[in-house]
Design a protein around this ligand. Structure first.
Ligand code: NAD
Length: 501
């Protein structure tokens, strides 16, 4: 980063920040048709930082019409891939050039530490857009090995209008994971950010237009899920929905498609990922430090957080003592200080939800070994201590349900078969991790786990080049990598007769 976190007075920048909360349709910032807004509240201190357009069905209709017109006249879809590439690369450069502004908006809007917004969220969003820009003129179509009397071309065609509905935990990154492949493939997009963190999505759309993306190709309508979100997912002129969010709402996405035009639905949903430590792994401290870092990153508000930690009985005491000693290092602090390891939970509702799960852990008989309380309440923000429960069974509520906060559950096991059975006994299947030095065991267990991503002896290795998504009720389809093009393109076969062939 050119501007180290410490070189900025983030509090002064925050005090001067006046975000524009209006929708962006057809290249123009505008109020919603009904003129309604909602207050965008910062979880850092409970202050209102902007009034944001409360998009409803009429606004979604305007945005989808704009996207449809832009798609049908080919102003983007018919541009040569090399031209789409240039625009997307410029878009990525503009994101990086606006990094301080975007990072500040992200931190104020959803509460994560500023150094993470800057070094992770802005950087990853820019890299994602650039990567798909680079990819688009390097992906070839196919010719099938048919008889010589005919030629069968198999081409990828853009879908048309893509509705992207994203959550609040990584607002820019989740938007970029949809925008990158959808725009690179030539689609038009209507993005509905979460009502809890709408600000960076609106700014991204302005930057895309500045970079040369034609008006109408990328529209943003903020609003509530049951209003703007539902209207987008039910719209007859939307060809595909790229959804990231809860399994509860993912279910609705499938219903909306069934009730409307059978649009393609790609769901990236929740998780309850298992982190399995075997007794043959000889660096318990490393495993414990890794799980603490991964669990408490982003305040535990990560779909792939290792929230179920399965530890072999014979090393469990050592593991728990080490991880409990790590926990205080993640004590939440001022997200604008540049030094806080954890920030604020996204809103008061999420704070109540997380504290409710901590109560459930106590009442189900789990043993609290770290944290467990709200903290920094005097700031007006929503902070919870890094929390660890030992003695959890897989039937307890804190082991079965996604908490989406800084709460780790430790479950002890005795055999490999038991560990696999516990890990797979979950409606979710997003990610897992196996810690073992036995190569046979590592492979055997990795294969047996029902999860979209399995790590061995680490947890957070990540790159835009690899697919990300879940088995079971963690969703379908994959974000990232070239596989994401599968979601935003249709395969077309074109047969040509070859006389005398
Ligand atoms: P959510 O499901 O409540 O909301 C997600 C989006 O859907 C928001 O934009 C919301 O406004 C919208 N929405 C809500 N109700 C709707 C409805 N009835 N119709 C249409 N749209 C509706 O999820 P959240 O609380 O914002 O995010 C947390 C969830 O996201 C967690 O479950 C987390 O695991 C998941 N997530 C998954 C991934 C992944 O890649 N698998 C990544 C990040 C987050």
């Amino acid at each position: 980063m050119n501007s180290p976190v410490a070189s900025r007075d983030w509090h002064a920048l925050a005090a001067a920040c006046r975000p524009d909360g209006r929708m962006l349709i057809d290249g123009v910032r505008q109020a919603s048709a009904a003129g309604e807004t909602f207050a965008c509240i910062s979880p850092i201190d409970g202050r209102t930082i902007a009034q944001v357009s409360r998009g409803q069905a009429a606004d979604i209709d305007a945005a989808v019409s704009s996207a449809r017109r832009a798609f049908d006249d080919g102003r983007w879809a018919h541009k040569p891939p090399a031209v789409r590439k240039k625009v997307l690369l410029r878009f990525a450069e503009k994101i990086l050039a606006a990094k301080d502004e975007l990072a500040l908006l992200e931190t104020l809007d959803m509460g994560k530490p500023i150094q993470h917004s800057l070094g992770v969220d802005v950087a990853s969003a820019a890299r994602c857009i650039a990567w798909y820009g680079e990819a688009v003129d390097k992906v070839y179509d196919e010719i099938a090995p048919t008889a010589r009397s005919a030629l069968a071309l198999i081409t990828r065609e853009p879908m048309g209008v893509v509705g992207a509905i994203v959550p609040w935990n990584y607002p820019m990154i989740m938007s970029a994971w949809k925008l990158g492949p959808a725009l690179a493939a030539g689609n038009s997009v209507v993005l509905k950010p979460s009502e809890k963190s709408p600000l960076t999505a609106l700014r991204l759309a302005e930057l895309a237009i500045e970079a040369g993306l034609p008006e109408g190709v990328f529209n943003v309508v903020p609003g509530y899920g049951h209003e703007a979100g539902e209207a987008l997912a039910l719209h007859m002129e939307v060809d595909a929905i790229g959804f990231t969010g809860s399994t509860r709402v993912g279910r609705k996405m499938l219903e909306y498609a069934g009730r409307s035009n059978l649009k393609r639905v790609y769901n990236e949903l929740g998780g309850k990922s298992a982190f399995i430590v075997f007794d043959d792994y000889n660096d318990i401290a490393r495993a414990a430090c890794t799980v603490a870092g991964s669990m408490f990153f982003n305040q535990g508000e990560s779909c792939n957080a290792p929230s179920r930690v399965l530890v072999h009985d014979s090393v469990a005491d050592e593991f728990i003592a080490t991880v409990a000693a790590e926990a205080p290092k993640y004590q939440p602090g001022d997200p604008l200080s540049g030094a806080a390891p954890m920030g604020a939970l996204v809103d008061d509702g999420q704070l109540r939800t997380v504290l409710g799960y901590i109560d459930a852990g106590h009442s189900d008989g789990a043993r609290l070994v770290a944290g467990g309380r709200q903290t920094r309440a005097d700031t007006g923000g929503y902070f919870v201590e890094p929390t660890i429960f030992d003695g959890v069974t897989n039937q307890m509520k804190i082991a079965r349900e996604e908490i989406f906060g800084p709460v780790m559950s430790v479950i002890r096991f005795k055999t490999e078969a038991e560990a696999i059975a516990i890990a797979n006994d979950s409606p979710y299947g997003l990610q897992a991790s196996v810690w073992s030095h036995q190569i046979d065991r590592a492979h055997r267990v990795a294969r047996a786990l029902h999860a979209g991503t399995v790590h061995v002896n680490q947890y957070d290795e990540d790159d835009i080049t690899v697919p990300f998504g879940g088995f079971k009720q963690s969703g379908n389809g994959r974000d990232k990598s070239l596989h994401a093009f599968d979601k935003y393109t249709e395969l077309k076969t074109t047969w040509l007769r070859i006389d005398g062939g």
